[in-house]
Ligand binder design. Sequence first.
Ligand SMILES: C[S@@+](CC[C@H](N)C(=O)[O-])C[C@H]1O[C@@H](n2cnc3c(N)ncnc32)[C@H](O)[C@@H]1O
Length: 603
Amino acid sequence: MAHRSENSEPLSERRLDVRNWNDLLHIDGAKENVYIFHFDTETPYSLTETDDISFNTERFFSKLSDECVICFIVSSENALNLIPRFQKSLFFKLWISIRRDKPVVRECELPNNHIGLVIFTKYKTSLAHCKTRIAYTCCPACKKTTKDYGGKKHLYSPYGTLMSDVWRDITYQPDIFPSGIIERLRDLFGLPPYKIVNYIDLRQLTGSKYDRNAEKKDVAKNFAIADPGESRLVNADCFKAFKEMPDNSVDFAFADPPYNIKKKYQNWDDAIDIREYFRWCDKWLDELARIVRPGRTVAVINIPLWLVRHFQHIKYKLDFQSWITWEALGLPVRKIMPAHYCILCMSKGKARGAVGVTEKINWDTRYLELNMLKQWYCNRKSCANLRNSAKITDREALTDLWWDIHRLKHNSNRVDHPCQLPPQLMRRLIALYTLEGECVLDPFNGAGTTTLVARELGRRFIGFELSENYHKIALDRHHDLESGADPFAKRKCTPDAKNSRVKRLKKQKYAVPKKTLQLEVKRIAGQIGRVPTREDVKKHSKHPFSYYEEYFADWGEVCSAVGDKGMKEESDTEYEEPGHKQLALFERLGKYELKSARLREFS
Ligand SMILES: C[S@@+](CC[C@H](N)C(=O)[O-])C[C@H]1O[C@@H](n2cnc3c(N)ncnc32)[C@H](O)[C@@H]1O
């Protein structure tokens, strides 16, 4: 067990025997409890089966008291259909992605390496749970800590980092009792009013005989393929630009739309009525489905719940291909850190699939993106170089769970756009779903990440962008690329489009790392028995006091490590998978659907 929850009284556990749906209705003690429904995760359900499941479970949910939490262990694909049905009687709170013990290999597609733990409540208010940390992990090569979620303060806990909504430290095995998950939930919900964790194994009742692939039509033959035309960047509203696009013309359509989370775009109000927002999304999704070639992929990136909504609309036109979990290393803004973005990949009729996988070009160095960094290895350049020269195998086959691409920080040295995607993410997607010479369309091209990467990889590209400024940024970067410069190189400017309200100092070189200075202040605090003043630090620190003045925004930041017993900067033991346990505190959070999305910072 690799977690520790604060102030938790672990709940007791009860396994309920359910052999048919009627048994479910005879379960008593439905008060103030946590329920875990374990569905079959290995087969996709038909819509009829989904209806059947929701009809039978809903009768049970209606008996539960308002204090209950209901968790579902379910495949991501099935969750996409089940969530809207359960939302009729329950409140959606969280989608946690859990790594599989072994990826499931699928023909022509990315292996599936995660399942969902979807959490609902009977109560409307935010999810009540204990604050939970998972043990720090250290890079097997350099022994330094693997994770750094932007904000540093929470890294000073003696035990570990705040848990996020992607769990890779415990794994899921489909055929056995999920003891690791249950144990974590017993601690996570170890506070009043919860009493017992009830585990209900529905795998036998929910396994499906449905062959999804049999229904997929090979529509490729039925349509004339059109030429999308020359590569271009278009400064226009996408709906105007769509009119110029022939049906069945592009090989990959990718959308990173505004999420309606109050980002400060130049020409776009990112806080419109949510129904209006989704009506707008439905329209561009329809357009992408029209324009993409049969057998090819439309991919949309967003937070899980928004993608559930997109899926509900577009599933009648496109077929499910993959649900990629991108652990984007979020900010520690909530007790369960939102690190989890998803990419919904849908194909038009029978999918050609992820050609990057099927073409077996994985080991071609041009396509390094088609391999993953092995679990727990770090992204530090210096360490990667050493691993390379020492010929350490630090990469493994790509699956649909990505943890090795960091989100972009937008606070310094970037072009002036508030939410750019990392080029590595786009390299991986484009190399996965297209071949050289094929055409990529991005209707929300922003600062041009998609089209630049497409160009780098020898693909044709079409990018639409509403804002004149962002369009110009993209154009300039394309010029950089054509003239041999790196369009993603850091800039000597601080953009206006900052997302963080945290006061920052100008980027500078540090003679001693800030973390070392903060840990030194913590040491001094231990020595003198209180939070050190400036005078104390002047007197006791082995580092020049000027560093403390120059490197930190304020004295609070200098002292931010004080109060915890403290992490070490490097592991001094041999590398081990994390393995401890315990627990945390309790605070109310905002309603998931809107607040969490708003709290979530992409940068
Ligand atoms: C999330 S950002 C995309 C960022 C992009 N992926 C990048 O890496 O730079 C969404 C973009 O969509 C643009 N946008 C919003 N509405 C649009 C519309 N109707 N047509 C075209 N672009 C639009 C916004 O100006 C913004 O730049």
